[in-house]
Design a protein around this ligand. Structure first.
Ligand SMILES: [Zn+2]
Length: 138
């Protein structure tokens, strides 16, 4: 059996690599890069321990046969990543349109609504839940 086939046979039924593993690998590389500049021995050993634990976790996830649990972890990670991305996108847009629009949170469902900046009191209907609420724009 060739080496490539042996690897394929070994990995059969195992989880493999996913987005979370790739992110953990990037963190591992970043930790290794930071460790190059650390002079304090205690901090160095703490970072070394962290990177070793991360490395073990990456390989554990990759060779794990509990695919449903690993998939659930990856899904949770993707959900958190999406939430952070949306918050950054919202803050960027709030800054970008700060002169022409205001953002208000729907008191019923909590979604952020972009409204034209027109001074005064207005009544606003949420496009998501349909609830109406009062808005004051300065
Ligand atoms: Zn709403």
């Amino acid at each position: 059996m060739k080496f490539r086939e042996k690897i394929a046979a070994f990995m059969y039924g195992r989880y493999g690599v996913d987005v979370l593993s790739k992110c953990m690998l990037i963190v591992y590389i970043a930790l290794a890069a930071v460790m190059l500049f650390i002079r304090n021995a205690v901090v160095y050993y703490i970072l070394q321990g962290l990177s070793l634990a991360l490395c073990i976790l990456i390989f554990y996830r990759m060779f794990s046969r509990n695919i449903t649990k690993r998939t659930a972890e990856n899904t949770r990670y993707l959900k958190i990543k999406k939430g952070i991305k949306e918050k950054i996108f919202l803050q960027r847009n709030k800054w970008k349109y700060r002169k022409t629009h205001v953002y208000r949170k729907c008191p019923h469902c909590g979604v952020q609504i972009k409204l034209r900046r027109v001074k005064g009191d207005h009544r606003c209907a949420c496009p998501k839940c349909g609830d109406s609420f009062d808005v004051h724009v300065k």
